[in-house]
Design a protein around this ligand. Structure first.
Ligand code: MG
Length: 387
């Protein structure tokens, strides 16, 4: 069983205000699309993620172009064209089930995704629906004009899941029959599946799986995501001793000095502390576990390799690095003149905004081994966030 997700992100979504398509607007520190995509990319039962983007909006192409775990493709004029483009990107692959999801629902949870996949064992289609509990009115000109019986009514949500071959055929059929028809412009894929005679099971939806439509929805989504967020902290500590030499490497920056730091790799004590903090947040041991000093291939290695590995491991677990803070303890060299370059270099390696990377230094008042300039110590904290 191979499960794919198609994230529909080609809309302009200007109703929500802000001038920027809603999927690129920020919620709790990340773009709406980042949240949504992360939910599927990190789900253990989703094997492939296709993101369908607006060919005229460069944002998504720039943002995800380098992501090897995502397939990007260009959407069409109306929603069903866009979905069809995403489905075609999977044609000829081994995909058996596909979940089609609206990018504007970033609060989708892993449990609902699993429930839709499970329901596809016994039905060619399955989608989350929420029983309507509010009374329903019709209205006009600001006044109630009637009431409607809510019995048997559901609010439709996504992801809407289908057997892949069946939904691709249904989309192609509706498009061939009447490309401009009401069915072809249908707001959701359940309508297209039903038009093709497919049975669609209803799984329990969640009230939190809101669709961001208006400006107020951003605040609501931020509160929901804030509650759902999994935040991990880790700390790291490292020491390297001075030996005769002519420079040290700290946070990836080569600093002239009358000594160097001794170590198996480039002895970048600050980068090691940050790397260990990230491993610590993941409960994944330390650098020594992943890059044993007994292994000659790491002799003289640039510590960037270690830091990148830790960041990638975090990403593979569904976590992004939110921020890091490192303190160097030494009398010399002076860190201040290099702190900004160190911050920029660490941000580049971790693919973070520089304001999420703090590099600072202190002396130890000439006390202890750092005070006697026998070596440099570094302490670091890292925070990781998973949606
Ligand atoms: Mg070290």
């Amino acid at each position: 069983m191979t499960n794919a997700a198609v994230i529909v992100a080609a809309g302009r979504g200007l109703r929500a205000g802000g001038g920027l398509a809603k999927q690129w607007r920020d919620i709790a520190g990340r773009a709406v699309a980042d949240w949504t995509i992360a939910r599927f990319a990190a789900h253990p039962r989703i094997d492939r993620v296709v993101v369908v983007l607006n060919p005229e909006d460069p944002t998504g192409w720039e943002r995800y172009g380098a992501r090897g775990d995502l397939t990007l493709c260009a959407g069409g004029a109306q929603r069903s064209d866009t979905v069809r483009c995403g489905l075609r990107a999977l044609a000829g692959s081994d995909v058996t089930n596909v979940l089609i999801h609206d990018v504007a629902r970033p609060c989708i949870d892993a449990q609902t995704i699993s429930a839709v996949i499970d329901a596809l064992d016994t039905s060619p289609g399955a989608a989350p629906g929420l029983v309507v509990t509010d009374a329903l009115w019709t209205g006009a000109d600001g006044a109630v004009t009637g009431t409607r019986d809510r019995t048997g009514l559901f609010a439709a949500q996504t992801p809407q899941g289908f057997h892949f071959d069946a939904i691709l055929a249904a989309h192609e059929a509706v498009h061939e029959a009447a490309p401009e028809s009401a069915a072809a412009s249908a707001a959701d894929d359940v309508a297209i599946a039903r038009a093709a005679g497919l049975h669609v099971a209803i799984v329990a939806g969640k009230a939190e799986n809101i669709k961001i439509t208006t400006a107020d929805d951003f605040d609501r989504a931020a509160r929901i995501l804030g509650r759902q967020m999994d935040i991990r902290l880790g700390n790291g500590y490292d020491v390297h001793r001075f030996v005769p030499g002519d420079h040290v490497t700290l946070c990836g920056i080569k600093i002239p000095h009358d000594q160097r730091l001794d170590g198996h790799s480039d002895a970048d004590v600050a980068m090691h502390a940050v790397t260990d903090a990230i491993y610590g947040a993941l409960a994944e041991g330390d650098i020594g576990r992943h890059f044993p000093p007994s292994d000659p291939q790491w002799k003289g290695a640039a510590s960037e390799i270690f830091l990148r590995h830790a960041v990638e491991l975090a990403r593979a677990r569904g976590f992004g690095v939110s921020n890091v803070d490192v303190t160097l303890v030494c009398e010399r060299p002076k860190i201040g003149p290099h702190a900004q370059a160190m911050q920029s270099e660490m941000a580049r390696i971790m693919d973070l905004a520089p304001d999420r990377v703090s590099v600072k230094a202190t002396t130890s008042e000439r006390l202890g081994f750092t005070g006697r300039s026998e070596g440099i110590a570094a302490l670091a904290t890292a925070s990781l966030v998973a949606p």
